[in-house]
Design a protein around this ligand. Structure first.
Ligand SMILES: NC(=O)c1ccc[n+]([C@@H]2O[C@H](COP(=O)([O-])OP(=O)(O)OC[C@H]3O[C@@H](n4cnc5c(N)ncnc54)[C@H](O)[C@@H]3O)[C@@H](O)[C@H]2O)c1
Length: 176
């Protein structure tokens, strides 16, 4: 079997935890380490017996890192992602790409300049319902589509908004 890809998770909150679970289930990936500043990250580091770094520079000094998943608050996406791209480490960056357009452009231009893969985490594109709809459209089963209106609402519990970055400028959709 080919070598497993060593992936570090930067930001181990709600979304970072999902990525950790997925990596632990994967036969192709290995959980290299985590980067976070929270107390909970210490427990994760013990639980999975992996190094915990408190910042991106420490991770960049570590060995055998193949790729990273950045799942920090939106306002930190540019800073974190560009550090990895400059070091030619491929990044899966959680959506949205950033909290403003200028910053998003800087991230994309860094990926291009450094010829390093960057993927934004639009996981719903791989949702089985969405794939099925795409398949139906591709097979021309719906005829000539002239417009589409798709709406998806997800309930967020009150506690979700205790995390301050989510309700600050750039934290999320207008509705948040
Ligand atoms: N794809 C999706 O469906 C989906 C769903 C939820 C969230 N997200 C995205 O994922 C990202 C994270 O969201 P979340 O809900 O997991 O947030 P969260 O607040 O639960 O987790 C963020 C984590 O980042 C850590 N962190 C903060 N500053 C840091 C720093 N300087 N260095 C390292 N770690 C730091 C925090 O301690 C926390 O553990 C956001 O961009 C969000 O939009 C995507």
């Amino acid at each position: 079997m080919s070598k497993k890809i060593n992936i570090s998770i930067v930001g181990t909150g709600l979304m970072g935890l999902q990525h950790i679970k997925a990596i632990k289930k994967s036969k192709k990936a290995n959980l290299h380490s985590i980067v976070d500043i929270s107390n909970n990250a210490k427990n994760l580091s013990k639980k999975y017996k992996i190094p915990l770094y408190s910042n991106v520079s420490e991770l960049l000094n570590s060995k055998k890192l193949d790729a990273v998943i950045v799942a920090t608050p939106n306002q930190l996406h540019e800073k974190h992602t560009v550090s990895f791209l400059k070091n030619k480490i491929p990044v899966l960056l959680e959506k949205p790409i950033s909290d403003n357009i200028q910053s998003a452009k800087k991230i994309i231009s860094s990926a291009n300049k450094n010829k390093t893969p960057l993927l934004i985490g639009y996981h719903r594109r791989h949702n089985s319902i969405v794939s099925k709809v795409k398949d139906i459209i591709n097979k021309d089963k719906l005829g000539n589509i002239v417009s589409a209106n798709v709406l998806c609402w997800l309930y967020k519990h009150k506690a979700y908004y205790n995390e301050k970055w989510r309700v600050r400028k750039g934290g999320g959709a207008f509705r948040n």
